[in-house]
Structures are given as C-alpha cells and as structure tokens.
Design a protein around this ligand. Structure first.
Ligand code: B16
Ligand code: MG
Length: 225
C-alpha cells in the first residue's frame, strides 16, 4: 500500500473556536462603535489574526494607526484566551477523535496545519496535542492561507510528497491552499461554499475507513500517471 499522510486544519475541523473568535472580535467592534454580526464573522474563518482585524476595520469603516492596531490585536487575543483556557476535550467536534483512531489503525500519520498562533494551546486544552506528529501554526509561516506554505511545511513534517497528503479544511482559503499545493482537498462544512474541494463532507462523522482506503488507492493512481 502506498503511504499517505493527513493535514488537519484546527478551527472548524477539530474544534469550533470560531464562536470564541466571534465574541472577542465583537468586543473590539463594539468598543469602536459598530456592530459585528455572525455573518461578518464568516469572513474571518481561516484568516490570520492581522488580516481579521483589517477585515473588521473595513466593515466598520474605521481607520486606525499602526500602534492602535497593535493594541487591539493584543486585547482581542487576551479576550480570546479567556475562552480558550476554559476549553476541554468535550469541545472536540463530532467524528474527530474517531477519525484519528481510524488513521492510527491504518498506520497513517497526521499533522496540524492551522493559521492560529494559539493552536498548540488549544490542542493541549482538548488533550489532542500528543497525537499529532507535528504542528504547523500561525507562528511557523510567513504567508497565510490561501498561500500553500502551511501545508507544504506539513508535508515536510510528514516526510511525504504533497501529492500524497490529504487536507481536511473548513475554509475556502484553506481549500485553495491545499489545491495550490497539489494535495487532496477535503471540504468540511457547506458543500456550495467549499465547491473547490476534491471531496465534500458535512462533518468528520461522515469520514469512513473505506473512504480513507480509497484515498490511498487514488494516490497510487496519481503515481502511475
Ligand atoms: P489566532 P484555523 C484560524 O484557525 C481561524 O479560523 C481564524 O478565524 C483565526 O483568525 C486564525 O486561526 C488565527 O487565529 O488569532 O489564534 O492566531 O481555521 O486556521 O485553524
Ligand atoms: Mg478552519
């Protein structure tokens, strides 16, 4: 059997931290005097912290000095950490632990590929940190998704060619990054939103051992081309 490896996004795939990002960004917006809705929050999914602030300021049509932006980036993260440090294993999204078990059984290694600088802390909070053979997070990359850097570093950690890596992602930018890296992209969430993905599932409970085995076959076909 040919070897494949898996790269998991964090927020929206393993845990739902978007709700905590929302509460923290809403606090910033309200402080600046405008409303920030859940629909606005959709625009921040998979996007880096700095880019998230730029999007939020565009929504409120607010201009800030660089020094003020830094202050808000720090205060937003402090607020976000209040929620994160209360997280526990019960917040692992349905199907995630079982999928890791399936990968373990099949001898398939996995790493994390997240935009979040808080990714190691979050994985520790939910007791999953030790299961990943590598973590690529917002601290390890110079270019954010949709740039493929985060996943290409992940492939190096897996010691695999990009064509043999499978990416689980919930954000358009992440699917685009995986596709640009020539990896197999799996969209988790709304099929229409993630129409660029090679495969689509509502959530990880739908991923079966047979599906993973079919991906192994698929990569063998790629090799024979
Ligand atoms: P932090 P992911 C992303 O996580 C979130 O989806 C995105 O909303 C957030 O802005 C980004 O991490 C940065 O997070 O402020 O903790 O560094 O989906 O790439 O796992
Ligand atoms: Mg995500």
């Amino acid at each position: 059997m040919n070897k494949i490896g898996v790269i998991f996004d964090l927020d929206g795939v393993i845990v739902d931290t978007a709700k905590y990002h929302f509460l923290a960004w809403k606090g910033v917006a309200n402080h600046l005097g405008f409303e920030f809705t859940e629909a606005h929050n959709e625009l921040l999914k998979g996007v880096s912290r700095v880019r998230s602030l730029e999007i939020l300021l565009d929504i409120g049509k607010v201009k800030l000095s660089e020094a003020k932006k830094q202050e808000f980036l720090i205060s937003k993260n402090e607020e976000y950490l209040k929620y994160i440090t209360k997280m526990g294993p019960e917040e692992i999204l349905p199907g995630a632990s079982k999928l890791l078990d399936t990968l373990d059984e099949l001898g398939i290694q996995y790493v994390l590929g997240s935009a979040s600088k808080n990714a190691p802390l979050i994985l520790r909070q939910v007791n999953l940190y030790e299961r990943f053979i590598g973590i690529v997070d917002g601290n390890s990359v110079s270019k954010a998704k949709p740039d493929p850097e985060v996943f290409l570093i992940g492939a190096k950690k897996l010691n695999l060619k990009p064509e043999h890596c499978v990416v689980f992602e919930d954000a358009i930018a992440g699917i685009d990054a995986a596709n640009t890296a020539h990896m197999i992209s799996i969209g988790i969430g709304d099929k229409q939103t993630l129409s660029n993905a090679d495969f689509n599932f509502k959530n990880l409970t739908e991923i079966t051992s047979d599906f993973i085995k079919s991906l192994i076959k698929k990569t063998q076909t790629i090799k024979q081309k």
